[in-house]
Design a protein around this ligand. Sequence first.
Ligand SMILES: Nc1ncnc2c1ncn2[C@@H]1O[C@H](COP(=O)(O)OP(=O)(O)OP(=O)(O)O)[C@@H](O)[C@H]1O
Ligand SMILES: [Mg+2]
Length: 234
Amino acid sequence: MNDTQANIQQSVLQAQALHHNYQLGKTKIQVLNGIDLAVNPGDFIAITGPSGAGKSTLLHLLAGLDVPVQGDVLWQGKSLVTMNDAQRAAFRSHQIGIVFQFYHLVPELNALENVMLPGLVSGQGFSSALKDKANEALKAVGLADRVKHKPSALSGGELQRAAIARAIVNDPEVLLCDEPTGNLDSLNGEAIMDILLQLKESRNRSLVIVTHHDSIAQRAQQHVRLKDGCIVGG
Ligand SMILES: Nc1ncnc2c1ncn2[C@@H]1O[C@H](COP(=O)(O)OP(=O)(O)OP(=O)(O)O)[C@@H](O)[C@H]1O
Ligand SMILES: [Mg+2]
């Protein structure tokens, strides 16, 4: 077995020659131009690059939120492209945790309800076990005393933490975080990074973080630089 074959067999999530574009009226916006990326168990990968380079797009494709126009994403060797919507939704809710660039917390729900949402959506139904899991996740990110707060009553750092709690509540294999410290001062940013790394270490999960912060990229095992939809360094 050569190194490439060994790498393919280990990967939990793998991007293969990903191409993606958006159609805006008659204009085609080419965003990704052939991205290969392997995420192995316990990996910490940082993705950096200028605004508009395609970082969020790549994360969305890895999460199965969107389907590439060309190429594929493999989950433990299974193609996300050939899955139907229900299969991709099941993959997302069981295997992947996503922290979105702009949180996407539901304003009408409090922190606890927001964190319970993935469980409810994945068909677990309301149960005290789910509530316990959500409380545990909020405790893990230091928000035990803010469970009743709605997003409008949380600070920027607390919103980030609530979004992370929601991403980890189903104990996903891979955590995809889009600028999880983007709106925080350096102290709060460090605290969030410590939480994410502690979760990764304690559960041997994989962490993929899009960031503009060099200090975070330096802590990663692998640093992927995106420019004009291509990987220009790693
Ligand atoms: N739904 C869409 N329709 C049309 N164009 C889009 C859409 N989403 C993103 N784009 C364009 O695709 C390019 C890549 O966007 P993307 O959000 O992936 O960039 P990014 O690297 O995450 O940038 P940032 O650092 O600012 O978050 C941008 O030029 C953006 O304008
Ligand atoms: Mg982005």
